[in-house]
Design a protein around this ligand. Structure first.
Ligand SMILES: Cc1ncc(COP(=O)(O)O)c(C=O)c1O
Length: 362
């Protein structure tokens, strides 16, 4: 049986294996004790991003939920793209606010700043862009809109670790940036996420987040503690943090490999609508748009090439369905988008095969 070319595949070596054993036999698996991998990861990721704070969590969903909870959103609106994973919208609902779905740019799949501007109301409290597939949205225009209307910028960078967000690029970092370290992500862990902060009084927001990630616990002194707010069980475990530290060391290299793959796709794929090439993009995946998508996916799978759909637009999901929301570019992506692999385990011959088989369909 021929090997399957997977859509996502974590890039690991003996370093991850060794550190897992170390944590295993340390017998401290939760954060806050033992070899303190979580704290080490927070410090390393904060330095890598160049942010003021970093709070490690157990998922990107938790990061979005807690980052938005820093503001009182009752009765407020949050502008988001519908072309995203549902967690982006769920975080808004979980914070008692209304998600306002705004259309994306047809070439990048990221929020269209003009449509964002048109959708601002006096209730808009947050703009929450997604850096789709690792392509940065037009942050400078979105930041200007935020400044003009006194709106807070919180970013969903689940696909974008190591892209726009790197040291020396401060100025492109919203009040909070949310990351996912789900196993398919560029920086992979068994499960994980983080919030980085760039905000006045960041240390007090950092302690609020740290308390909320563990059941609202405060004033911990030895075995005694108090609880002064509602919180959740959102803390990162030591295994995830340990793997994350190794993945972080590789991140620039693995993102470079992803970019090289995307460069080949953008040059060699004879498909009209495809992801543009941008040297700062992290290419979490590479998207193409095809008219007869089911047939394309089946044909690729028959060639033992996995593909995916990212995403069925959120405003078309049963829970969010609303006939009044019309987003032509998002809906066009929703009908035609296919994701193809960019992970660093692909060989040159895998990449050539993906290009050849996809081109056969065009
Ligand atoms: C754009 C986006 N936002 C948020 C998330 C949620 O991250 P997690 O799966 O770590 O909860 C994901 C993960 O799939 C995502 O792709």
């Amino acid at each position: 049986m021929k090997r399957i070319i997977k859509l996502f595949d974590p890039f690991v070596d003996k370093k991850e294996e060794d550190i897992i054993k170390k944590v295993l036999y340390s017998r401290f698996w939760a954060s806050g004790a033992g070899t303190n991998q979580v704290l080490k990861f927070e410090t390393a990721f904060r330095n890598y991003i160049g942010s003021q704070s970093c709070v490690a969590l157990n998922s990107g969903t938790a990061a979005l939920h807690l980052a938005l909870s820093l503001l009182d959103l009752k009765g407020k609106e949050v502008i988001i793209p519908s072309l995203s994973f549902v967690a982006t919208a769920h975080a808004v609902i979980l914070n008692n606010a209304k998600p306002v779905f705004v259309d994306v740019d047809a070439t990048t799949g990221c929020l269209d700043p003009q449509q964002v501007e048109n959708s601002v109301t006096e209730r808009t409290k947050i703009i929450l862009p997604v850096h789709f597939a690792g392509m940065s949205c037009d942050l400078s225009r979105i930041m200007k809109i935020c400044k003009k209307h006194n709106i807070v910028l919180i970013e969903d960078a689940a696909h974008a670790a190591g892209g726009t967000y790197k040291k020396n690029k401060i100025g492109t970092h919203g009040a909070a940036v949310c990351f996912s370290f789900h196993p398919v992500k560029n920086l992979a862990m068994p499960t994980g996420g983080a919030i980085t902060l760039n905000i006045k009084n960041h240390s007090s927001f950092e302690s609020i987040l740290k308390s909320k990630r563990w059941c609202g616990i405060s004033d911990r002194k030895g075995i005694k503690y108090n609880v002064d707010k509602i919180g959740l069980n959102y803390y990162m475990n030591e295994f995830s943090a340990a793997i994350g530290l190794e993945q972080l060391k590789k991140l620039d290299r693995t993102n470079r490999i992803r970019r090289e793959i995307a460069k080949r796709y953008s040059k060699e794929l004879k498909i009209e609508k495809k992801m543009p090439f941008n040297p700062e993009c992290t290419y979490h995946f590479y998207w193409i748009c095809v008219k007869n998508r089911d047939k394309f996916i089946k044909q690729m799978f028959d060639e033992r090439i996995e593909t995916g759909i990212h995403y069925k637009p959120i405003h078309t999901m049963k829970y969010y369905a609303n006939k009044k929301t019309i987003l032509p570019n998002t809906e066009s992506f929703g009908a035609q988008i296919v994701s193809i692999p960019t992970h660093p385990n692909l060989t040159e011959s895998d990449i050539s095969k993906i290009i050849e088989k996809a081109n056969k369909f065009s």
